[in-house]
Design a binder for this molecule. Sequence first.
Ligand SMILES: [Zn+2]
Length: 494
Amino acid sequence: MRPFARALVLLALLRPTALAAQAIDSLALRGHTFFLAHDLLEGRRTGRRGGDIAALYLATQASRLGLAGAGPGGSYFQDVPLIEAAIDTVATLLTLIEDGLAGPVRTVYGSPRAFIPNAGNARTLTGIEGDLAWVGSAARILARPQDLPPLEGRITVMAGVFGPNGAAADTLRSRGAVGVLQVPPGADAYALYAASRGSTRLYPDDPTVTSSFVPDLPAFLVHPSLAARLVPPPEGDSLPAPRAIPGRRIHVALGLTPQPRRARNVAAFLPGADPARRSEVVVYTAHYDHLGYSTPDARGDSLYNGFSDNAAGSAMLLALAQALAADRPPRSALFLWFTGEELGLLGSDWFVARPLLPLASIVAVINLDAGAPPAPPAAWNIQGGTRSTLGMVAADAARAAGWDARIENASPNSDHFPFLRVGVPAVFLVPAPRPFEGLTNDASQALRRRWDRYHQAADAWAPDFPFSGLVRYATFALAVGRAVAEGPWPVMLR
Ligand SMILES: [Zn+2]
């Protein structure tokens, strides 16, 4: 069956869903993503010309929909002053010093081949030196801190990154660790990190703006082949137990050339229909930045267009604004397109530190950054939903439409996280990794394999990409937004 014929059958089978889907303009999603993911925008890199053009486009479209600028003086922009530090690969070196029979043996490794500085800030992007200690995974550090060896003055070596267990970095630092070497699960994962981090590091040009993402400890990602010389051998199927690593010492030198760079968040406001509730605001968020130019892929393509990540989410916010402006809910809506997400939640951390409206007036935050599903999802993960009653509101909205929903913990993997950190109910709506509507598990997996190009140069707009999945994603976000714009004010649970 051709896709169009199948769509007609689905339409007949799924009348209530199909009717709700009409509120989202599928051609708008197609058109906005076409522009935002275009080569001329050069991957919408934070603080670069392509990123600035994307911000201008979003502001222009918001203005065309009749939304008001929510920035200073009625502008659509919030400046985010940053420092961009270029990594000098000649001066950035890791030296492994091993005890030998005839004295210390030094082996020097270069970047980005063997290691890269992870995301950091003015305090943590620094060289380190020390003896080594293996500490296992972040989850284990938190679960069994009593197992850790003495860490005073040592460089710790860990499995993976901190992820949702950011507190593990505080444990290491409080025990005197001077830094951490992070070992990704394989060479592919290392390559993905290297391409995603790129050749510069950005951080706020204001040390009082705290990060939701960057560990408060110098952190370096190391290639598994280097890590094999540092990590004790595995014990059966499990990671080796934490221990000091004798006979080896590491020195990391980091060469950086910092310069100021200004990026911008885009902010647009739609007043609520009920004057008594106009000061109560539902916030919709999506980051519009992507990676710009980075490591070339096998075809020699080094331009990371970021169609799915996150032209898709940015376009969904415009489609939501269009639907809500045509039928305004009682409470107001604020649309925030963040910069700097890919580089460590820079735009959302800045907004939470310098909010354009009182944080206490925000009823809920709905974040969209999970890519463009290549077919309509019938199940959702409500990330961060365990932290407030907003999780139940979102799950109920899914079930009312006949879809499944699972409420999950929060992770600092996108722009909802900074809001949770300051006590504002926030969820990140994510299509669940389950069969798409009307498709078998195998057919769904085949579609995902065909279109999933997460953090690859090939994540680009394609004329044959099926937009029905993105329509469904935006339809769900609209249902959650309408429920919270009319219903009780969600409360934090913990
Ligand atoms: Zn993203």
